[in-house]
Design a protein around this ligand. Structure first.
Ligand code: AMP
Length: 215
């Protein structure tokens, strides 16, 4: 199965992508996570991406397309994969189509996560993540432990540098302008499904399973 998770930041794509990955036994490829780990490891990619991420802007298309093209050639992608955060522009979507055509791959579904801007801002500014393993916490719905150490790995729990309110508002603007047109793009191809992203993790998981006929 090949899936694309589309939607503004803070709608739960990452959380649902990880759950789907376990259920379907295929990798969840989060371009945001790849970039954050590159920044942490101070690689060439990380150095290129850092200022864009900190401002809430998109990393240039050529960098992202090269990155995803390489990642999809890895062996674990053979049974299928989930893309979380890619494509984010129409040129990325067109490049992906070419990559799929060349590799003889067929996209099954694009799931678009729908949530109000007010809810997104609330979710993102209260989000915290483990600096080491990336596990998500939330000050309102899923508080980090008192010692601020990750339950998974003991790593420090921090706020993402792009989860401050000003950067979140910029990210939402960038989404409206550059990524939202992809809904129409995939809709015209008959590949778009929408999911109401309000509610608990389990509720959303259930809605997605229905869309994919996994229940
Ligand atoms: P995310 O974790 O998906 O919210 O991504 C965090 C940041 O990484 C975004 O705000 C962008 O700066 C960058 N990023 C992730 N995926 C892409 C992409 N497909 N194209 C451009 N920039 C990206």
């Amino acid at each position: 199965m090949i899936l694309i998770l589309l939607g503004p930041p803070g709608t739960g794509k990452g959380t649902q992508g990880k759950l789907l990955s376990e259920r379907l036994q295929i990798p969840n490829i989060s371009t945001g996570e790849i970039l954050r780990s590159a920044i942490q490891n101070q690689t060439e990619l990380g150095n290129k991406a850092k200022s864009f991420i900190d401002e809430g802007e998109l990393v240039p298309d050529d960098v992202m397309i090269g990155l995803i093209e390489q990642r999809l050639q890895e062996k674990d992608c053979q049974p299928g994969f989930i893309l979380d955060g890619f494509p984010r522009t129409v040129s990325q979507a067109k490049a992906l189509e070419t990559i799929f055509e060349r590799a003889g791959l067929t996209l099954n579904h694009v799931i678009s996560f729908e949530l109000s801007a007010a809810k997104i801002i609330e979710r993102l500014t209260s989000r915290r993540i483990c600096r080491v393993c990336g596990k998500d916490y939330n000050l309102i719905t899923n508080s980090p432990p008192k010692d601020n150490r990750c339950l998974n790995c003991g790593g420090e729990i921090v706020q993402r540098s792009d989860d401050t309110e000003a950067t979140v508002r910029n990210r939402l603007g960038v989404y409206e302008q550059k990524t939202k047109p992809l809904k129409e793009y995939f809709n015209r191809k008959g590949q778009l499904k929408t999911v109401n992203a309000a509610g608990s993790v389990e509720e959303i998981q259930h809605r997605i399973a229905e869309i994919l006929a996994l229940n």
